[in-house]
Design a protein around this ligand. Structure first.
Ligand SMILES: [Zn+2]
Ligand SMILES: [Zn+2]
Length: 275
């Protein structure tokens, strides 16, 4: 595995290219595919799932694609720097390649749950701080240029915000040792969910946000509303921090139901026409 080599030119080249390749090769094709499916190839099919009826603006999409490259570069740079710092002894070497270390499956599950909770907490509070008026314009404004985001807005961050978005992971790994493939999987599902939250479509069913269990999970509508209205709905995977801190938009559940109702009436109208 690329993180296991020692500090020499070959090793640095392989770690650097792994970082760039892994980040870039999974993001652009997946976010691009989601974009093409929803807004071009299967536009008619996905119309009923759309949260906002207008298409994302072309110039904004070009901006999102360009700015995502900045984010991918920052993510790779941080991964590379963490590797170097761990080799010169400044950071701990806490990534491991043997799944049976630390007791196997129970520890893998434990570290996976913990990194998810930590990411959620880091994201919520960092996001709230980034909305402070003294910081907002030079850190977070770039991300909010997309009022009607496309899947390619998932990594639309300023250089500074990209650093904050990535920093939670090296901090976590300094405290909790992680199985390297599990860490890659964590970053992968975080990216997939992020693309979904910016896709502009809602796939969850009616009643999701009122359900005693599912209401704690975030929907695509939740983050889409954040892009439309700015000061509320800050959380990431779960609707935990927003609920207990009272920062959900008061009309969140209502807006979600409206999006789902639109989908149902779309299907109903289509069936009526066919009959
Ligand atoms: Zn966003
Ligand atoms: Zn925000």
């Amino acid at each position: 595995m690329p993180f296991q080599c020692e500090l020499n030119l070959d090793c640095l080249l392989s770690v650097g290219s792994f970082q760039l390749f892994m980040n870039t090769i999974r993001y652009y094709p997946l976010a691009g595919l989601a974009f093409l499916l929803i807004y071009f190839w299967r536009k008619d099919y996905f119309q009923k799932f759309r949260i906002q009826s207008k298409d994302p603006v072309r110039s904004k999409i070009v901006f999102e694609i360009r700015q995502s490259a900045v984010t991918l570069f920052v993510f790779s740079l941080i991964g590379f720097s963490v590797f170097v710092l761990s080799r010169v002894g400044i950071l701990k070497r806490n990534l491991y390649g043997d799944p049976d270390m630390y007791g196997g499956i129970p520890y893998l599950i434990f570290s996976f749950v913990l990194v998810t909770i930590w990411h959620e907490t880091w994201f919520y509070w960092a996001h709230r701080i980034m909305h402070h008026r003294k910081i907002y314009s030079w850190v977070h404004l770039t991300h909010h240029k997309s009022v009607n985001p496309s899947p390619l807005a998932a990594y639309n961050f300023s250089f500074t915000e990209a650093i904050f978005e990535a920093l939670y992971l090296p901090i976590f790994v300094q405290i909790v040792p992680m199985y390297f493939p599990l860490l890659i999987f964590h970053t992968f599902y975080a990216m997939i969910l992020n693309i979904y939250f910016h896709s502009g479509i809602e796939l969850y069913p009616k009643g999701f946000t009122d359900h005693p269990v599912f209401k704690w999970i975030n929907t695509s509508t939740h983050h889409n509303l954040h892009h439309q209205k700015f000061n509320g709905n800050y959380s990431l995977y779960f609707n935990f921090w927003d609920r207990i801190m009272g920062t959900n938009f008061p009309y969140y559940e209502e807006s979600f139901e409206e999006v789902v109702r639109k989908k149902e009436s779309f299907v109903l109208n289509k069936n009526t026409i066919i009959q």
